[in-house]
Design a protein around this ligand. Structure first.
Ligand code: BDR
Ligand code: CA
Length: 323
């Protein structure tokens, strides 16, 4: 497919084991053109997630500039990085990046998002699988981008439509919990957002057998196997799952296989203080209440269900195709 016919994507990410899986999934998609990778804190600090993004681009020949972004949330204090999930190095402490260093491309992620969106009106999809700080900063700096993007697809939130309500707290998903103020800004802005939250992603499980099969299929699968040993063990211990959740992959899969998802429409707000901080709540269109905090905010799409096996199959065939 010629580059001019491809959908343009900016991948906003905190690699991160499932972020690495999603990036390799994107690399395999002939219909997508990755215009930039923008990094943020989350699974590790921003210098580490940036180094990981650079490592992944170099190792797997991904032709996209990496721009470093926010190092802390808009308002709350930075929460400690979850090294017990993604390792101290953000990639499962498998040792790949120990002696790796490279410099990101010049400019702040938020500014580059603004430039790329303005240069390609109506054509850019922002795929954000991390705290939403870079997107909120981009909106703050250039509110006009809300009308210029093709769409915003987020791995974030948990909406109680099925499955788990939270993974960071009983009611909050990690990406939203890490910067609830940014998430509320992104969800209430006048741009077309689709959220793929835990309702769907916690059911998209690549089993240990799937991972083994991919490890035998080539270097991409082998790399993902190597970085995900501790991640998989954690899912077994914490959630009694034999495998691991493809959170970020599920959001990436929405770009190429939207028909696999069932969506609900209505405005979304995020709780920004108190014990439910980071909770994401959708008021469905057509449901009426007394005056409330969802009034006057534009509807967003939230994934309530999906063809989970179909998403996992798409992931497996993408990784296999990389060899
Ligand atoms: C999300 O949080 C991060 O730890 C993962 O990479 C994913 O983006 C899941 O809640
Ligand atoms: Ca992530």
């Amino acid at each position: 497919m010629a580059d001019t016919e491809k959908s343009i994507v900016i991948f906003d990410t905190d690699p991160g084991i499932d972020d690495a899986m999603a990036l390799l999934f994107l690399k395999a998609q002939a219909s997508l053109k990755l215009a930039a990778i923008t990094t943020v804190f989350g699974n590790a600090e921003t210098d580490i997630t940036t180094r990981n993004a650079l490592y992944l681009t170099q190792r797997f020949g991904i032709d996209a500039p990496v721009y470093a972004g926010a190092t802390r949330p808009l308002t709350i204090n930075r929460r400690p990085a979850p090294a017990f999930i993604h390792g101290d190095d953000g990639l499962g402490d498998a040792g790949f990046t120990r002696s790796f260093s490279a410099q990101p491309s010049e400019g702040h992620a938020a500014d580059r998002i603004v430039e790329i969106v303005r240069a390609n009106p109506g054509k850019v999809t922002l795929l954000a699988v991390a705290p939403l700080t870079n997107l909120a900063l981009a909106l703050e700096r250039a509110p006009d981008i809300a009308e210029l993007v093709k769409g915003v697809v987020i791995m974030g939130g948990a909406f109680a439509w099925g499955g788990r309500r939270g993974n960071a707290t009983p009611v909050a998903e990690a990406n939203v919990h890490n910067d609830p103020h940014a998430a509320d800004k992104v969800f209430t802005a006048a741009w077309p957002v689709t959220a793929i939250g835990l309702d769907v992603t916690s059911h998209c499980v690549a089993s240990r057998e799937d991972a083994e099969e991919l490890a035998a299929s080539g270097r991409a699968g082998r790399f993902l196997w190597d970085i995900s040993r501790g991640y998989e063990a954690l899912y077994q211990r914490r959630n009694q799952i034999d495998g691991c959740c493809l959170h970020d992959v599920a959001a990436a899969a929405y770009l190429v296989k939207p028909e696999l998802f069932t969506l609900r429409s209505g405005p979304v707000r995020v709780v920004t203080e108190g014990i439910a901080i980071g909770q994401s709540i959708q008021k469905l269109d057509g449901h009426t209440f007394g005056p409330n905090a969802w009034d006057g905010h534009p509807s967003k799409l939230v994934a309530a269900e999906a063809d989970y096996a179909g998403i996992v199959e798409n992931y497996k065939s993408a990784i296999r195709s990389l060899g």
